[in-house]
Design a protein around this ligand. Sequence first.
Ligand SMILES: Cc1ncc(COP(=O)(O)O)c(C=O)c1O
Length: 394
Amino acid sequence: MKINTKAVHVGDRKPQGPNVAVPVTTPIYTASSYAYESLETTDKVFAGEVDGYAYARYDNPTNHALDELCAALENGHGALTCGSGMSALEMAIKTALIDRRKKVVAANALYGATINLLLKVLEPFGVETTFVDICDTEKVAAAIAEEQPGAVLMETVSNPLLRVGAIDKIAALTRQANAALIVDNTFTTPALVRPLELGANLVVHSLTKYLAGHGDVMGGLIVSDEQHFNALRTLSKTYGPILGPFEAYLTMRGIKTFPLRMERQCANAIAVAKFLRAHSHVDRVYFTDDPAHPDAATIARLFPQGQYGAMISFDLKGGRDEAFAFMNRLKLVVKATSLGDVHSMMLYPPISSHRDLSPKQRERMGIKDSLVRLSVGIEAVEDICADLDQALRG
Ligand SMILES: Cc1ncc(COP(=O)(O)O)c(C=O)c1O
């Protein structure tokens, strides 16, 4: 089944028994616990001997439908949706390390809060991290050989400079070392890249972004291979970071149009990147369609032809003051911290996604004060470019 078909069918419309009406969309189940006629059945449900729901921290029908859908989108064995992308990342790392060495080799260009998760949350609990240039596969191989990590962590497309590591090659290295590969696939979505098919073990998303897509959900997702699924579920049943049923419903509703939205957003982004490259007030454009992109060969291998995602970063002529003035002049593009919504959005990394990093750390990552990050929406592309143009010209 193609992803557009999965998006509108998987998880919904479960048979309810003979002559019982089937709701066309999965309802919101708010019950915190579930009762059965006989205690024998309750016992079997708790034991996992028969399918059923017992307690909402473990599972409920709304979340279950969404989990099934998400697992199908990423071609995984199973999925768990939770309260935020960050809690999904924490769950994935803990799942990977539960029976492995408490050591992570991580990409040196990651979402700022993910770096904080590694250094400020997990390190005090004994998980050490070594950062490596994930786009240099030889360096990754050397780091894996030296550190013997339990897990390797990377983003499909790095934030905000849009570098792309060779997931397939890194997955082979990780497997040889008996480590788990965790890939944050938020920026590309399963419409473009499916890391489990390339050998990754756990895929993470901020559902808040493209999958939900309408700026009204905070959520996270882990899709797991068969090997890690039990550990993931056991951890989740115990410490309960699961997504609320209202958010699960909204996310499922959003996902139905996500492949369509991605098509439009990807097409718009190619046009916006072209417009920005030709603009006299723009110094440099970072976008994955660039034949001169440092990871062009990996992009050509991993991405579908003609679709490069819908995130663009660019350096303005000037620095922080010019970036603030430019963004303050935007009228259509929303100045807010997120990405992947139907509306175009822009953020300034030093005050938002990468705020907690020191200026030195940002400089080391190549994030200049002149850099802004644009998430291209589904609007008419002429309107997006017109707004950028008037704000650039001042
Ligand atoms: C690539 C990436 N991963 C994870 C997250 C965290 O997601 P959330 O904000 O839903 O916790 C974000 C948030 O911006 C992100 O950009």
